[in-house]
Write a protein that binds this ligand. Structure first.
Ligand code: BMA
Length: 879
């Protein structure tokens, strides 16, 4: 049918020219149905234009029916939106009947939808993570066609599903009250955090969150392609497995040619395509072992090759596609460790053990249609700029859009990809399992060509939830829940995923991995530091005391909360909100006692803000929470990095540190190191140092100062530690100590300096623990290697001589400022309000009279604008 289409007056058929560069004699035609649709609520009282892709909340806001959903208490005020049912409608005009098959394709419906075309039911949707297509040729009319998608309230649907599940409960029923969220999210295949989380609001979205289109073709069309390189050790041979998902109208014989000219490799296959959608696999042998490999950030480049896939029928080219292929291998090594019970847990990429440095990724926005390429790029670039090489896409959010993984491929960010299940038990009724299976098949097919994804993981914390009984499941019923757990993640998800041989699969995070499997997939203690990965949180214990941290094989989650800066909060609040005790401040905190915990943790080492001016007191409090968080996560990360080469009391060989969490979903207190909007918190500036490839770490054990040199480089280094002892009152070191030169092998952490603190101080003027502090760095024969680090010998609140530094701006050129200080100043923080961008360094310890810092603006600005916005805060300014 149809050569011409008019969608609301302006769309038309076009030759398909999207991701696949397909051309053929049997042209495939597509028409986008994206754009302006009509949206109405269940009783018709609201009728408005709505953009597709999009969601109901975004449409209501764009049309002025609601204000910013993130403003103040709007998450609660706008609860009604997701309690109603909504209908999306569009009309389009067609003419001329030319194609044999016409598909109506939805890349993503959020979530419970009934689709009708010209009044005739086409299909239903129950899973926002699935793509749907419907054969609609017979339903299309010449002239005007009406397409409608009715969406049920996800809250009411989830609750209905829960009610129907009468045999036993599937906990948790509801989130904790402090989250002000909705119940039974585990009964609906939808972003789990959209019903609220401990860092995010409840906005149970509804909408057509991805594209909609018609696709028409005569013979066949290529629906999806994946290409996965595999290395066979025994034969020292690379192959590329190519999988084609083809939709054919009738049986057809054909020929397929795969080639990578740059690698001098080409192969032709005779094949045939069966009617309907079928997957076909082809393997091309690579004629050389000399391929350029894809490496994680910091370990090499990210080169790729072009694979040419050509399909022919009767010698006519029917499709052509040119995907990028990146070669790399991944192994997850779980084997006995000398001197330690349990098993190792680390990743080997291209045969090289790699320490994973990074964080956890949560949804970037409650309304996914508002996530722009710029926002994604900025966040991922910020990760790389902080020397990260890995991110975990956490299981309570969404499988990210293609662009996310493409950028990770390009930047060398390794992705630990969870499946979207988190902190809950899940039903295992046939329908539920069926839709999950479809979701898994589709997502693996979509994503497996990305070298950046180095592991699939079944869920977030569900093994731990069962093992440590989060939901008070009576002992007699436990076997049933374990059966359900195994059925979902092992018998279904794991089985489906294992067809992808290019990366490992873990059932959960945290898990004991191979040991959990031994114990029937739910280990007695999935947090066992001798196995697998660990999530560890402790808000009450002193975070400066490294003894409180588990010496785990792999730390995949740990963290501390902080508040975002005032410039981030200001647009969503009003004056009466700007105090730490306000309703707003407690409303935005979704973690029980979170605000108090931050203050208590900060008070262990810092004087709390005591300004009389309420606004200053508030902004100083935001600042001190960021100082606390940065220092806490630094201490914990340093502990993990220095544990990579040693076994102490049977524990160690830590090979990963992914703190919780990288980004924020809205303007609120959370564990993130980047605020909503992209502004770096102090923690992110700290991460830039503590994730540096070469880095010195100091700590004390039994009053002895120990300094480690940590190196992620491949080559060996010869380094010495240089320790400068400063008095809080002066800007010239009281004394300087040098260690001897030591070998620091590539990929190791070794002790380079050790001295009792008392001895060190005795040889250094009148220094005491209270009057002095240390900075230290690593040097080779010619220069400093890696950043300078510091070590406090007492809590700054007890420091003697820590005065107001009187920091002034000495010089300003372009976007750089030179600061001048009279004395040592800890945690010097430059802020330019809402001018987006970042400083070359920030939150630093100033131990020199002058220091120049650059500002990299993310939009055009001027020296005058920056000058007017610049504020400088250091620790002594808040009390
Ligand atoms: C973890 C995560 C999230 C949560 C975070 C902070 O365990 O998996 O569920 O947001 O802790 O509490």
């Amino acid at each position: 049918m149809l050569l011409h289409v008019r969608l609301s007056g302006w769309a038309c058929w076009c030759l398909f020219s999207g991701v696949f560069s397909v051309f053929s004699l049997q042209q495939r035609l597509t028409v986008s149905l994206n754009g302006k649709w009509r949206l109405s609520n269940s009783n018709g009282s609201l009728l408005l234009p709505a953009q597709v892709p999009g969601c109901v909340h975004s449409a209501l806001q764009q049309q002025g029916y609601i204000t910013d959903p993130y403003f103040r208490f709007n998450d609660v005020s706008y609860r009604w939106i997701a309690l109603d049912n909504w209908t999306y409608t569009t009309t389009f005009t067609l003419s001329a009947d030319v194609k044999q098959k016409v598909l109506l394709v939805f890349d993503g419906v959020d979530t419970v939808g009934s689709i009708s075309l010209n009044g005739i039911a086409v299909g239903k949707t129950y899973n926002m993570f699935c793509r749907h297509d419907f054969s609609v040729k017979d339903l299309l009319k010449d002239g005007e066609n009406v397409l409608q998608v009715g969406l049920l309230s996800p809250i009411l649907y989830a609750s209905e599903q829960r009610k129907a599940h009468t045999s036993y409960a599937v906990p948790p029923e509801c989130p904790p009250d402090v989250q002000k969220g909705e119940c039974h999210v585990n009964f609906i295949r939808k972003e789990q955090s959209s019903f609220s989380w401990d860092w995010g609001p409840s906005f149970p979205t509804m909408g057509l969150w991805k594209g909609v289109r018609l696709e028409a073709f005569d013979m066949l069309q290529l629906v999806q392609v994946s290409s996965v390189p595999l290395y066979n050790d025994a034969f020292s041979q690379w192959t590329v497995q190519v999988e084609l998902l083809i939709d054919a109208v009738q049986t057809a014989r054909g020929q397929l040619t795969l080639s990578i000219p740059e690698l001098d490799s080409e192969q032709t296959f005779q094949t045939h395509f069966n009617p309907g959608k079928t997957k076909s696999n082809f393997t091309i042998l690579i004629n050389t072992v000399q391929v350029k490999l894809w490496w994680p950030n910091g370990h090499g480049e990210q080169p790729f090759y072009r694979l040419t896939i050509r399909g022919f029928q009767d010698e006519f080219l029917i499709f052509k596609y040119l995907p990028q292929v990146y070669f790399r291998t991944v192994e997850l090594i779980q084997e006995p460790v000398a001197g330690s019970p349990g098993l190792s847990f680390y990743f080997r990429i291209n045969g090289k053990p790699i320490f994973l440095k990074g964080s956890n990724w949560i949804p970037v926005h409650s309304f996914q249609d508002q996530v722009t390429p710029g926002v994604l790029k900025n966040l991922l670039q910020s990760a790389v700029d902080a020397n990260m090489n890995a991110l975990r896409v956490w299981g309570g959010g969404v499988y990210e859009q293609d662009l996310f993984y493409e950028i990770c491929d390009e930047l060398g960010i390794m992705v630990w990809q969870d499946f979207m299940f988190a902190c809950a038990m899940y039903p295992t009724e046939t329908d539920f399992i069926q839709t999950v299976r479809e979701e898994v098949v589709q997502q693996v097919q979509r994503l497996k060509s990305h070298p950046s994804i180095i592991i699939w993981s079944g869920n977030n914390e569900n093994e731990a939830a069962l093992a440590t009984d989060w939901f008070n499941i009576p002992a007699s019923q436990r076997p049933k829940y374990i059966r359900d757990y195994v059925m979902l993640y092992v018998d279904n998800i794991k089985k489906l995923v294992q067809e992808d041989q290019s990366r490992p699969f873990l059932v959960s995070s945290p898990t004991n991995g191979a040991e959990s499997e031994q114990e029937g997939w739910v280990a007695e203690n999935p947090y066992d530091p001798h196995y697998g990965d660990v999530h560890f949180y402790s808000y009450i214990l002193d975070c400066w005391d490294w003894r409180t941290f588990p010496r785990t094989r792999f730390a995949s989650e740990y963290g501390f909360q902080s508040w975002p800066s005032f410039s981030t909060l200001q647009p969503v609040s009003i004056k009466e909100d700007w105090s730490y005790g306000s309703n707003f401040t407690s409303h935005r905190q979704h973690h029980e006692d979170g605000n108090q915990q931050m203050i208590l943790q900060a008070a262990l080492h810092f004087h709390l803000p005591n300004a009389t001016d309420p606004l200053k007191r508030f902004t100083d409090t935001l600042y001190i929470t960021q100082v606390m968080q940065a220092q806490c996560v630094k201490t914990q990360t340093e502990f993990y990095r220095r544990s990579r080469s040693e076994i102490i009391e049977g524990k160690g060989h830590t090979m990963g540190a992914l703190y919780w969490q990288l980004n924020d979903i809205w303007q609120a207190p959370s564990w993130s190191s980047i605020e909503f909007g992209g502004k770096w918190k102090m923690l992110h500036y700290f991460a830039q140092s503590f994730f540096a490839a070469v880095f010195p770490v100091a700590f004390e054990e039994d009053d002895t100062l120990v300094i480690y040199a940590i190196s992620d480089l491949s080559r060996d280094l010869k380094l010495r530690a240089v320790v400068n002892v400063f008095s809080w009152t002066e800007l010239d070191p009281v004394c300087t100590l040098n260690s001897s030169m030591l070998l620091v092998p590539g990929g190791s952490a070794v002790v380079v300096f050790k001295q009792p603190v008392a001895t060190l101080l005795a040889g250094c003027g009148n220094c005491t623990r209270l009057t002095c502090l240390l900075t230290f760095q690593l040097e080779d024969d010619s220069s400093q290697q890696g950043p300078t680090n510091h070590h406090f010998l007492c809590s700054p609140k007890d420091a003697q001589g820590l005065g107001r530094p009187n920091i002034t701006v000495k010089k300003k050129t372009c976007f750089s400022v030179t600061l001048h200080s009279d004395s040592v100043a800890p945690f010097v923080w430059l802020d330019v309000g809402n001018i987006p961008g970042r400083f070359s360094s920030n939150g630093f310890l100033m131990v020199s009279r002058n220091r120049t810092v650059d500002f990299n603006a993310w939009r055009p600005t001027s020296v005058a604008e920056l000058t007017a916005s610049l504020t400088i805060t250091s620790l002594r300014d808040i009390y």
